[in-house]
Write a protein of this length. Structure first.
Length: 465
């Protein structure tokens, strides 16, 4: 048979099969998917949004009956200008990958933008609603602007045209007012932090009576720094009155709502804050301008060098591994919190059941029953002990009577005596006593010592001493 199969050219041996481990298979699929979908744009509805303390964002993108999980790590999430929320339609860009611990397909998002309204407008509306709900816009917390301040603090860019307008007006209107300028960027990523630092500086030093935060007009992107939550909370927590003078009359920012007074323009702020004229020295010098330009250039070069290093493969794999561990930690933390909530719910239900049972349990009736049983038992025990003691007393009296009847002392009371020889032995036979021997007689009361003169068997004669 084998020769026939060899002649026909058939080979019935089973092909070698490859057996994968689960981890190897998931890793291979992950590598393939990441290579094929390294830069994907996905549109859908946000659901199950979570933002734990780690700074990462987790949610699900849904489209009809289809859905996919999305994770946005902290490094990318902190660059978002708005907060995703359940039900929001968004477009996410990122790398399609696999979360190995659960074997689930997910997107590691690098950028998210809302569909329809711009991200800046969404972020503005979200922050405005949040701060308004907290009462930061309430009229009762607004501080009064002093009528004639002698020390004025201005937070703005030294190169801004708004500063020149303010200084020109203050120069014309009040010659005794002192102006302190805190230089800060009014546009860009670092602008909000520098403006907030200027506000904090004046509130800590208490060297001015009123603060003006100023900037000229611009697009929504140019004014984004004045819609920062940290800046708004810094202004709300200050003790020195603050005037917002940002943009044109039609421009509104979060700073306008939280400030103690909104000026339509920087020039109007100068007119509102002072009613007299004063000469103001120019605070910006050529050296400061060159130094600021050089520092910005150095920072730009350093950022570029850091970006190039971050694109290195080894660094990317290390960051990816850290992100996976952080995602797993967030997942375990979420599961632990859910288990704790379930445990607390079970304990609460048990407490309610026990509390309900205790409310229907009259402890006074139980104590009354126990008191009756205790009293009954005590009475029975007292009666039994009294009967036992009486029986013991009767038995003791009978025994005493019997002992007294059998006592030799009772015989002696009838006139008899006990006679002992010199060795102390009881004499029962007179022949055992010898003449001249000393004897001792025990009476009912006392003893008699005598000497034997002679003895008789029938009659004993003794001579008393």
């Amino acid at each position: 048979m084998s020769s026939l199969t060899d002649q026909l050219g058939f080979n019935f041996r089973p092909a070698d099969r490859r057996v994968w481990t689960v981890r190897d298979l998931v890793a291979a699929v992950r590598t393939h998917i990441e290579r094929e979908y390294s830069d994907a744009w996905v549109e859908g509805e946000v659901s199950n949004f979570r933002a734990p303390d780690s700074g990462h964002l987790y949610f699900t993108l849904k489209d009809g009956n289809a859905q996919i999980r999305v994770v946005m790590f902290r490094s990318a999430a902190k660059l978002l200008r708005f907060r995703p929320a359940d039900g929001m339609q968004v477009v996410a860009r990122g790398r399609v990958t696999v979360y190995e611990d659960r074997g689930e397909l997910q997107i590691s998002a690098e950028y998210i933008e809302p569909k329809g309204a711009g991200s800046l407008q969404v972020a503005f509306e979200q922050l405005k609603a949040k701060l308004e709900a907290e009462g930061l816009f309430a009229a009762e917390r607004k501080k009064a602007i002093p009528t004639l301040p002698t020390r004025i603090g201005i937070v703005t860019s030294p190169q801004a045209a708004a500063l020149r307008d303010i200084l020109n007006i203050l120069q014309r209107r009040h010659h005794t007012a002192n102006v302190l300028i805190y230089p800060a960027q009014v546009q860009g990523d670092a602008a909000a932090g520098e403006i907030a630092a200027g506000v904090r500086y004046f509130n800590q030093q208490r060297n001015v009576e009123v603060i003006i935060v100023a900037r000229g007009g611009g697009s929504a992107e140019d004014l984004a720094a004045f819609n920062d939550e940290g800046l708004a909370r810094t202004v709300a927590g200050g003790v020195i009155p603050l005037i917002s003078a940002v943009g044109h009359e039609t421009d509104f920012t979060i700073l306008d709502f939280v400030a103690d007074l909104r000026a339509p323009t920087p020039s109007a702020a100068a007119e509102l804050v002072i009613r007299s004229r004063q000469e103001v020295e120019d605070q910006a010098s050529t050296l400061q301008e060159r130094l600021a330009r050089a520092m910005r250039y150095r920072l730009l070069m350093g950022r570029q060098a850091l970006t190039e290093l971050a694109q290195h493969g080894a660094f990317g794999r290390m960051v990816d591994l850290i992100n996976q561990r952080q995602q797993r930690l967030d997942d375990l933390t979420h599961r632990l919190e859910r288990a704790e909530r379930q445990l607390l719910e079970r304990m609460r239900r048990r407490w309610e059941i026990v509390s309900s049972a205790v409310r229907h349990y009259d402890l006074r009736l139980v104590l009354s029953g126990i008191r009756k049983e205790l009293n009954s038992g005590t009475a029975a025990l007292v009666a039994a002990m009294r009967n036992f003691l009486l029986q013991c007393k009767v038995r003791n009296e009978r025994m005493v009577t019997a002992l007294e009847a059998l006592s030799p002392l009772a015989i002696l009371e009838r006139g008899y005596a006990l006679v002992f020889d010199s060795s102390g032995k009881l004499l029962k036979d007179a022949s055992r006593a010898k003449a001249g021997e000393e004897i001792r007689a025990r009476l009912a009361r006392g003893e008699i010592h005598a000497v034997v003169n002679k003895t008789k068997r029938e009659v004993n004669k003794t001579k008393r001493e």
